[in-house]
Write a protein that binds this ligand. Structure first.
Ligand code: URA
Length: 205
């Protein structure tokens, strides 16, 4: 008998290391959240306060994917809790949805300094977390907010003007790109356009 007899084989995803009950979706999400909080996969870990994982309900039919945490999110550790988040909440409320009906995350889990757009290398480093979240949540519909999130998930370089109001698909899940609420704060005239897109979303739900 040697030390190697005490080393357990690594577990396949969704299973604990010793065989037994498979991890629940909530347990696996909690594990990934811990990994995000400790992640040093890109340079953002040295300037962030904390990694920002998700909020909402893992059973939700609707998953919302934004860009990256801002200052409020970096401080509080939850996505979309600042001004843009409050506008997002009121957009959802306008179609009868609240936090228990949605699961909200970002393509990048750490705040880029000065709220600059995330770099491709930062998006790439965070991508496995996002992909696993999508698998675990298994939503009926995904909404992407703004250009970086929409271009990343849909792997295209289209403009928001060309994407909004149209359905796309990611691994057979319907995707509706919406203008980002931070943009709507700067361009409130576009709220009428977003209302049209929210009606599309409501019909599909
Ligand atoms: N903007 C985002 O894209 N995500 C947040 O969490 C907050 C603001």
């Amino acid at each position: 008998m040697g030390i190697e007899d005490f080393i357990l084989p690594s577990a396949p995803p969704g299973q604990p290391p010793t065989g037994g009950e498979a991890l629940t979706v909530e347990q696996e999400l909690a594990d990934i959240e811990q990994q995000v909080k400790q992640c040093t996969g890109c340079g953002l870990h040295s300037t962030r306060t904390q990694g920002v994982f998700a909020r909402g309900c893992p059973d939700a039919a609707l998953m919302i994917i934004g860009e990256a945490p801002g200052a409020d999110e970096d401080r509080q550790g939850r996505p979309f809790v600042g001004r843009a988040g409050r506008l997002l909440d009121s957009m959802l409320l306008a179609i009868g949805l609240d936090e228990k009906d949605v699961y909200i995350t970002n393509i990048v889990k750490s705040r880029p300094p000065g709220n600059r757009d995330p770099l491709q290398e930062e998006i790439r480093a965070c991508r496995p977390y996002l992909d696993r979240q999508i698998e675990l949540i298994n939503p009926d519909i995904i909404v992407t907010l703004g250009l970086p999130a929409s271009n990343t998930l849909l792997d295209n370089s289209m403009s928001m003007g060309d994407m909004r109001g149209r359905w796309f698909s990611y691994k057979d899940i319907p995707v509706l790109p919406l203008y980002h609420p931070a943009y709507l704060l700067r361009a409130p005239g576009q709220k009428a356009v977003v209302w049209e897109d929210l009606k599309l979303l409501l019909e599909a739900l």
